[in-house]
Design a protein around this ligand. Structure first.
Ligand code: CTP
Length: 410
């Protein structure tokens, strides 16, 4: 059985000379067991024939938003995909995808998916090195899009330089890695993730909240599911949570609701990631009616909430790995080390939320990982999905080390 058995992959092909190599990629994906649905752009059709893909892929080539059997082909393809691979990706495709334009079936499908996307650029060196193209690639990478290649080598017209499509086997390996996390190393494990900022009501229309977007927690949920885990995602922003097989989303709003949900679910979890920004205090009294301006500035008395992470540290089940997050604006290492000890966590993921491009609402992050055994690692600025990968690797490592220490096979 291939590594991609039963996985649904949309293979997007755009108009570049490297389009002929997409034929090999298509064949290799099918050989690995994937169900491949090809989309060719008008430009691609000038380089390769639809009949070739019709013969090799798992379903017929689609080329347009309008002429297909299904009335809304982009949502059928986008929603049904486990991954989308664009190979080759022209400068036009990169620009359209970066800016959210949906002028053809492929770009519309890219917008209509929550599946991971792998983009394989190929173009002449001068085009590839254009600041506009480079910026588009960086923005896409920061959003979690996997960029594969390009390589250096022979280009069309006898030129040599950067811009050559990555080798088909490298592209297929990237698809496997994205879909299986380099192996289903969380198969059979249950992962509990919290995401988003809690909202503590003041009155029916107002609340005390924070700037957490839930993006890092949701990236962890998506990555853990891709690696085979059963994921329980307790989120204050469930509408933004990833929808994927294996992810159950539990909607909560307040710190108390989150504490209850986590309290119920944690005993069954092998890993707990407290990525949510939980309010430390909540209003003592919640007004039953909207507080009116005419009544003057209200005085809001606050009381502490439960520290969920500290509670998890106290009530942990044997073998469970507990991961906390620390959002800091100063003395990152010192504050994170103090939280690690105070809360009884196995790992703290610390980020400086005042640094540019990191923390709340951004698509990128840079973190310091501190573990309870004194281990320390920096993950420099990258997409939140890539941060999620590093955090999961570190947590899995802790579990393996602990079990090896106890003489148990992991
Ligand atoms: N946390 C929690 N319950 C709370 C507050 C925080 O479980 N009531 C968790 C967060 O999910 C995070 C970690 O504790 O994983 C650290 O959160 P943070 O807000 O950085 O730390 P605090 O303990 O609130 O300390 P401070 O606000 O003073 O920095």
């Amino acid at each position: 059985m291939g590594n991609l058995q039963g996985r649904r992959i949309v293979l997007g092909v755009t108009g570049g000379i490297a389009a002929y190599k997409a034929i090999d990629v298509c064949r290799r994906l099918v050989d690995a067991g994937a169900h491949v649905a090809p989309i060719l752009t008008k430009g691609a059709l000038r380089f390769v024939g639809a009949a070739t893909f019709d013969a090799l892929a798992s379903e017929r080539v689609q080329t347009s938003l309008w002429d297909e059997e299904h009335p809304i082909p982009h949502t059928r393809l986008g929603q049904g995909a486990d991954a989308i691979v664009v190979c080759p990706a022209t400068a036009r495709l990169l620009a359209d995808y970066r800016s959210g334009r949906s002028g053809d079936l492929l770009t519309a499908t890219l917008l209509a998916t929550r599946a991971p996307v792998i983009v394989c650029p190929a173009m002449h060196t001068e085009m590839w090195e254009q600041p506009a193209v480079q910026e588009n690639v960086q923005v896409l990478a920061a959003r979690g899009v996997e960029i594969v290649g390009p390589d250096e080598g022979r280009l069309a017209g006898g030129d040599i330089g950067a811009g050559r499509l990555a080798e088909p086997e490298v592209i297929v390996a990237a698809v496997e890695r994205v879909l299986t996390g380099g192996g289903h190393d969380l198969e059979g494990r249950t992962v509990l993730v919290t995401a988003g900022g809690t909202r503590e009501p003041i009155c029916p229309v107002r609340y005390l909240g924070n700037r957490s977007s839930g993006k890092q927690g949701h990236a962890l949920a998506a990555e853990a599911a891709a690696r085979g885990a059963k994921v329980l995602c307790v989120s204050t922003v469930p509408e933004r949570a990833p929808r994927a097989p294996g992810i159950e989303v539990i909607a909560v709003e307040t710190a108390a609701e989150m504490a209850t949900a986590v309290g119920q679910l944690a005993p069954g979890a092998d890993y707990v990631f407290m990525a949510a920004a939980v309010a430390d205090f909540r209003p003592v009294d919640v007004a039953g009616q909207k507080i009116k301006k005419a009544d003057g500035p209200p005085e809001i008395r606050l009381e502490p909430t439960t520290d969920i992470l500290a509670e998890l540290g106290r009530t942990r089940t044997p073998g469970q790995v507990i991961v906390g997050f620390a959002a800091e604006t100063s003395d990152l290492r010192q504050n994170a080390a103090a939280k690690l000890a105070a809360k009884g966590a196995d790992l703290i993921v610390a980020n400086d939320v005042s640094a540019p491009d990191t923390g709340f609402e951004h698509d990128t992050n840079a973190v310091l990982l501190l573990d309870a055994e004194g281990g320390e690692a920096m993950v420099p600025l990258t997409g939140k999905r890539q941060i999620a990968r590093a955090v999961l690797d570190a947590a899995i490592d802790i579990r393996h080390r602990r079990r090896a220490g106890n003489g148990v096979d992991s």
